[in-house]
Structure formats: structure tokens, C-alpha cells
Design a protein around this ligand. Structure first.
Ligand SMILES: NC(=O)c1ccc[n+]([C@@H]2O[C@H](COP(=O)([O-])OP(=O)(O)OC[C@H]3O[C@@H](n4cnc5c(N)ncnc54)[C@H](O)[C@@H]3O)[C@@H](O)[C@H]2O)c1
Length: 265
């Protein structure tokens, strides 16, 4: 399971269930697309379809925001964008550091979607002295010796780890000691963090493995052959059969499911 760890209560954040929090970025993405097309209002059904969420669940989610829409008119797109952005803390600038500027770190640094969502890449950090000073995405890479200084100077609370797995815990420990309280971990390892530090883990290979599982099942259905779970005992089936593949990429799965994969599309 591609879960990271969070030491925060996993059910509610300021009265909003974590499963709702995890769906807010989906609504925001759909609403932003509507806003870009200057669509003024949207019905719960339309928005739910665009976000890939059940419309009753959407209405319930929005009720936590105090947003009920207007009967016959729907929801005001701009206002909902503002409300959700505010709820997610996106109305303020979040400086992030990326540690490990190899293939993945460089790709993340070059990804324009962070900045457009309020996440400014404040620094790129790597342990390789040969990389120090080299620009990636227009930002000079800094050596890990400077990590604590960089975190302090930039008031960074969010760190992205894209180092090899073997280095990730040590990088995590340094980030946390320097004041980082949220970590997005791409390294294929489980990180241990103290209370008050949130870790989200992204593992695309686990997503692929889950898709492979479903492909295998589909192939079995087409040929009329039993899937692996039917061939083996119920206790020793291979992957834990996930009803929703994307829900496994998060450590914040709430009781009512529909939690998105961590990576923004
Ligand atoms: N989550 C995913 O879906 C996904 C996808 C691809 C790769 N990965 C993982 O991301 C990580 C990076 O992959 P990559 O292909 O970019 O590897 P890479 O070898 O190209 O880059 C790793 C970088 O980390 C740096 N590094 C090593 N130790 C460090 C330390 N202690 N502090 C700071 N920097 C350090 C290296 O100098 C190098 O530049 C790996 O753990 C890989 O398994 C995850």
C-alpha cells in the first residue's frame, strides 16, 4: 500500500472530514477549468461529473464549507474557487524545497503546476557537490550542507523528497529538525516522523501495480477464468483488492472513500 504516515488525527481537520479535504483539490481543479472558460455557475451534477465524484457526496462536502448553492442556479464558480482555495490554504504563498535533483527532482522543479497553485519552489537541494550552482528550471541547485539555512531563511514548511530510498529518512530527519512540518515523499520507503509532521507519499509504480491487478482480473473475466483471488484462499490473495485504485495513494483515506491520488494531473 502506497501510504505515507500522518500523525495528525486522520479523520477531521477543523471540522472537515479528511476524505472531504482530499476531494477539495478535485473540485478546485474542475472549478478552475470552468472559471477559465468564464462559466459563471455550475450545478452539483455537472461539477460532480467534472470532478469524478458522486453528486450527493459533493453536496455533503460543500455543506462543510457552508456552501449550499442556489436552487435552480447551482454554485457560483468564482466564489467556490475562492472558498475552496481558502479552505486548502492556497490563498497564501507556500515556499517548498525539493531535495534530490535527479531525474524526478528536476522534472518536479520544471513542473509549472506547482507555481500556478501557489507553491513556489524556493530552493533545490542535492548532495552531489558537482550539481551545486547548476541551474535547474532557472534555480541554482544548492548543496545539502545548506539545507537548514535554506529552510530557515525561506520559512519553508513543505519539503519534497526525491532522493534514493536509502537517503530519504535522513533527509526527512534534517528537514523536520530544520522546521519542515509537511513532507511529500516520492522515495519508495516509509518515513518515520514525529507528531505534528504530515507525510504524503506518491508512488506511481504502486498505482501501476494496482492497475495491473485490475487488468488481470478483466482478462480473467473475458476468458471466463477465475481471477487469482478465486484460485487462492481468501486470506492469501495477492494484492489487497482495492475497490478504488487511486484511493490507495493516500494516507488520509476517510471512511467514505473517493480519495484522490496525491499527484495532481
Ligand atoms: N514516486 C514515484 O512515482 C517515483 C517515480 C520515479 C522515481 N521515484 C523515486 O524518486 C527517487 C529519485 O529518482 P530519480 O530517478 O530522480 O533518481 P536519480 O538518481 O536521478 O536522482 C537522485 C538524486 O538524489 C540525490 N541525492 C542522493 N542522496 C541525497 C541526499 N542524502 N540528499 C540530497 N540529495 C541526495 C542524488 O545526488 C541525485 O541527484 C528515487 O527514490 C526513486 O525511486 C519515485
Amino acid at each position: 500500500m502506497a501510504t505515507g504516515r500522518t500523525h495528525r488525527p486522520a479523520t477531521r481537520s477543523r471540522g472537515i472530514p479528511e476524505a472531504t479535504v482530499a476531494r477539495l483539490p478535485l473540485y478546485l481543479r474542475a472549478l478552475t477549468a470552468l472559471s477559465e472558460r468564464s462559466v459563471p455557475t455550475v450545478s452539483s451534477e455537472e461539477l460532480a461529473a467534472a470532478a469524478g465524484v458522486n453528486s450527493a457526496k459533493l453536496r455533503k462536502d460543500f455543506s462543510y464549507l457552508g456552501s449550499y448553492g442556489t436552487r435552480g442556479v447551482g454554485y457560483d464558480v468564482e466564489y467556490l474557487v475562492y472558498q475552496i482555495s481558502r479552505e486548502l490554504g492556497l490563498t497564501q504563498d507556500w515556499p517548498v524545497v525539493i531535495v534530490g535533483i535527479g531525474n524526478l527532482g528536476a522534472a518536479l522543479a520544471n513542473y509549472g503546476g506547482f507555481a500556478s497553485r501557489g507553491f513556489r519552489v524556493a530552493a533545490l537541494i542535492d548532495a552531489d557537490p558537482a550539481m551545486a550552482g547548476k541551474p535547474v528550471a532557472g534555480i541554482p541547485v544548492q548543496h545539502t550542507d545548506e539545507l537548514e539555512q535554506i529552510i530557515g531563511d525561506n520559512g519553508v514548511s513543505i519539503g519534497v523528497i526525491a532522493t534514493p530510498a536509502g537517503a530519504a529518512q535522513q533527509v526527512c530527519d534534517r528537514l523536520v529538525a530544520a522546521g519542515v512540518t509537511s513532507i511529500l515523499n516520492f522515495a519508495p520507503t516509509v518515513l518515520t516522523v514525529p507528531d505534528g509532521v504530515d507525510v504524503r507519499k506518491v508512488d506511481l509504480s504502486i498505482e501501476l501495480q494496482i492497475l495491473a491487478f485490475h487488468e488481470q482480473r478483466k482478462a480473467g473475466e473475458e476468458t471466463g477464468q477465475a481471477g487469482p483471488e478465486a484460485m487462492e484462499g481468501p486470506e492469501d490473495t495477492a494484492p489487497a483488492s482495492p475497490a478504488r485504485p487511486t484511493a490507495t495513494a493516500t494516507d488520509r483515506k476517510g471512511p467514505d472513500g473517493d480519495v484522490p491520488a496525491v499527484m495532481p494531473a
